[in-house]
Design a protein around this ligand. Sequence first.
Ligand code: GLU
Length: 279
Amino acid sequence: MSQPRLTTRFAPSPTGLLHRGHALSALTAAALADEAQGRFLLRIEDIDADRSRPEYEAAIYQDLAWLGLAWETPVRRQSDHLDDYAAALARLRAEGLVYRCFKTRREILDDIARAPHEPPPAYVGAPLPAAEEAARLAAGDPFAWRLSMAAARARLGGDWDGLTFVEQGRGVQTARPEAAGDVILARKELGVAYHLAVVVDDALQGVTHVARGADLFEAVPVQRLLQALLGLPTPIYHHHPLLLRPDGKRFAKRDQGETLRDLRARGVTAATLRAELGF
Ligand code: GLU
């Protein structure tokens, strides 16, 4: 069988203006594709309707074009594909791998604090008894769909210990998804949450290599588990070191004066920025 063409993606959330760290992620992903005459995709991760803004999406296209990047069109916008995520969630539901959690953030934090562990574990819960759940649903109470790590583990059996992935430059890594606890995969009011959308999209878009910042390295175990549960392929991962500000802190969307738009306004050219970032 012929190998699929190497395919990478840059997947920003349009919740703010892009900064240098985003430029590094986008350039890293594009360079990986370039070197292999592969494909470079752009994906707009706009499932959070409260925080996503059309002006930020427009700025993403503008900033990336300024950087000299070209991506395939049409661009996949997550908000246009909620049915795909709903279908994945329905599969997990049909197999009893997710449950409705009605707890508030406060209640979750209290539960975690009460658990007799050191360090405090991530949240692990259980479905409500059927009658109680029916009453909460009838009352219209908000809930989140959580992945049951216990059910996932039972479902995978011996394959649980074989959950591995390749991190470029570091070789085969073992995924330990249980450390994340029963993660939220969707909310009642928001059809899907980050991990599920990313895993479904990477598979649907034929992404073979995921290049992104090191802060998302810890997202891999849960994403690897979802790939196994949904029968999806696992890409190769490449997490680049995070860019730090001169004061040693991470760049954040709220940083003033350091967005790509600000750099451009100060007369920094794309060539200068690319060179600074090692491209
Ligand atoms: N949308 C995520 C972010 O902006 C990135 C997701 C990913 O690359 O997997 O942080």
